[in-house]
Design a binder for this molecule. Structure first.
Ligand code: NAD
Length: 356
C-alpha cells in the first residue's frame, strides 16, 4: 500500500477546526482508494509563539522538509499583532514558503453552480467562471532588501531576476496547457522596471508553448476586468503583491472566501492551504466553512501524490453536498436546505466522498 507523510500545521483561530474536517475527509478517501496517510502534527504561528517563543520552530521546519506534503490551516490573530515583525505569526509562514522553495502559488477560483447566487456579481456575469491565479510567492516586494521603517520614512524594494520569473511562468504555461490555453500576464509594465522584465522573460518562454495564447494586462485594468467580465480569464500569471490582491478579489466572485483552496509548489515539498486567514472573529464557534481546506487537501492528493481519483472524489463530494443544500453559515442564505456546523458539513462531505 502506498504511504504518504503529511506534516499538518493547524495554526491559529479557525485553523484547528477546519483542519480537523480536512483530516476526516482524507481518512475517508484514503480507505476507499487504498493508500495510507501518516499525519505529523506540528506548531507554527501564534500557537508556536505561545509555546516555543518563535513563529516557526526548527522542528516544524525540519518535519515539513522531510514530509511528502504540508497541510496548513491558517495563522495570526490580534494577540500577536504587537510583536516585532520577525516574531509575528506571518513571518513563520513567509519563512516556511521560502525554505521549502514554494515559489508558485496556485489559486483556482471557480463558480459552484449551486452557489451562483452567493456571488456579489450577477449570475450572467459569473456563469462558467473558472480561473487559475498563478502567483509568484517567494520574491518581489515581500522579500526585497533593503527594507526600512523609521519614524518618518519607510522603504520596501521590489526585486525580481529572470530565473525567478521563468520558473513560475513555466508552472503557469503547464497549467494553461491542461486548461483553456490562455495566459494573462498581469503587471504594471508602463511604470515598473520589474514588470518590464516579467514581460520580456514570459514572452521569450512563450516561444516554447506554441498552443498558448499569451496576453498582457496592467494590474489596474485586471482588477477592473475581474469584476466586469471575469469569464475572459483562464490562467492569470502575476508577481507576489499583485497576486495577493487579485486572488482575493477573484475569490469573492465565488461567493465566500471559505470556499477556495490553494497549493504552494515548486520545491520538493508543497504547502496546501485555504486562501483565507485565521478568522479570529468566528474562531471557536463551530461556524467556519471547512470547504477551502478540504479542497486544499484534494489539491495535495493531486499535485503531491498523484492520487487523482481520490482528489476527484473529494471535489465531486463537495459539489454534491452543495447541490443537496448543505450550507455553513457564511453561505447559508443561498438555497440552503440545512445549516450545518463546521464539523457537521465536514462529516457529510467525508460520507459523500467515501461513497463517490
Ligand atoms: P480572514 O481571511 O481571516 O477573515 C476575513 C473574513 O472572512 C472574516 O470575516 C472571517 O470571519 C471570514 N472568513 C475567513 N475564513 C472563513 C471561513 N473558512 N468560513 C467562514 N468565514 C470565513 O482575514 P483577516 O480577518 O484579514 O485576518 C485575520 C488573521 O488572519 C490576521 O491575523 C491575518 O494576519 C491572518 N491571515 C492569515 C493568513 C494565512 O494564514 N494564510 C492569510 C490571511 C490572513
Amino acid at each position: 500500500m502506498k504511504k504518504y507523510d503529511v506534516c499538518v500545521i493547524k495554526g491559529d483561530g479557525i485553523g484547528p477546526e477546519i483542519i480537523e474536517e480536512a483530516i476526516k475527509v482524507l481518512d475517508a478517501v484514503s480507505h476507499k482508494f487504498n493508500f495510507e496517510l501518516n499525519f505529523d502534527y506540528r506548531l507554527m504561528g501564534g500557537a508556536a509563539i505561545d509555546i516555543m517563543g518563535v513563529p516557526l520552530p526548527d522542528e516544524t521546519l525540519n518535519a515539513a522538509k522531510s514530509s511528502d506534503a504540508v497541510l496548513f490551516g491558517a495563522i495570526g490573530g490580534a494577540k500577536w499583532d504587537g510583536l516585532p515583525r520577525e516574531l509575528r505569526p506571518e513571518s513563520g509562514l513567509l519563512k516556511i514558503r521560502k525554505e521549502l522553495g514554494a515559489f508558485a502559488n496556485l489559486r483556482p477560483a471557480m463558480i459552484f453552480d449551486e452557489l451562483i447566487n452567493a456571488s456579489t456579481l450577477k449570475p450572467e456575469i459569473i456563469k462558467g467562471v473558472d480561473i487559475m491565479v498563478v502567483r509568484e510567492l517567494t520574491g518581489g516586494i515581500y522579500f526585497g532588501q533593503p527594507r526600512v521603517k523609521n519614524e518618518k520614512d519607510a522603504l520596501n524594494t521590489m526585486c525580481y531576476n529572470a530565473t525567478e520569473i521563468e520558473r513560475v511562468a513555466k508552472v503557469a504555461f503547464e497549467a494553461a496547457l491542461l486548461r483553456n490555453k490562455k495566459i494573462t500576464l498581469v503587471d504594471k509594465a508602463n511604470v515598473l522596471e520589474t514588470s518590464q522584465l516579467w514581460r520580456e522573460v514570459v514572452s521569450e518562454l512563450a516561444k516554447n508553448y506554441a498552443g498558448i495564447n499569451l496576453e498582457f494586462m496592467y494590474v489596474d485594468n485586471a482588477a477592473m476586468q475581474l469584476v466586469r467580465a471575469p469569464a475572459q480569464f483562464d490562467v492569470i500569471l502575476t508577481e507576489n503583491l499583485f497576486g495577493d490582491i487579485l486572488s482575493d478579489e477573484a475569490s469573492m466572485i465565488c461567493g465566500s472566501i471559505g470556499l477556495l483552496p490553494s497549493a504552494s509548489i515548486g520545491g520538493k515539498v508543497g504547502i496546501y492551504e485555504p486562501i483565507h486567514g485565521s478568522a479570529p472573529d468566528i474562531a471557536g464557534q463551530g461556524i467556519a466553512n471547512p470547504i477551502a481546506t478540504i479542497l486544499s487537501a484534494a489539491m495535495m492528493l493531486k499535485y503531491a501524490f498523484g492520487e487523482n481519483e481520490a482528489a476527484a472524489a473529494i471535489e465531486s463530494a463537495v459539489r454534491a453536498v452543495l447541490r443537496d443544500g448543505y450550507r455553513t453559515k457564511d453561505i447559508a442564505q443561498y438555497d440552503a436546505k440545512e445549516i450545518c456546523s463546521t464539523a457537521e458539513i465536514g462529516s457529510i462531505i467525508a460520507d459523500y466522498a467515501a461513497k463517490a
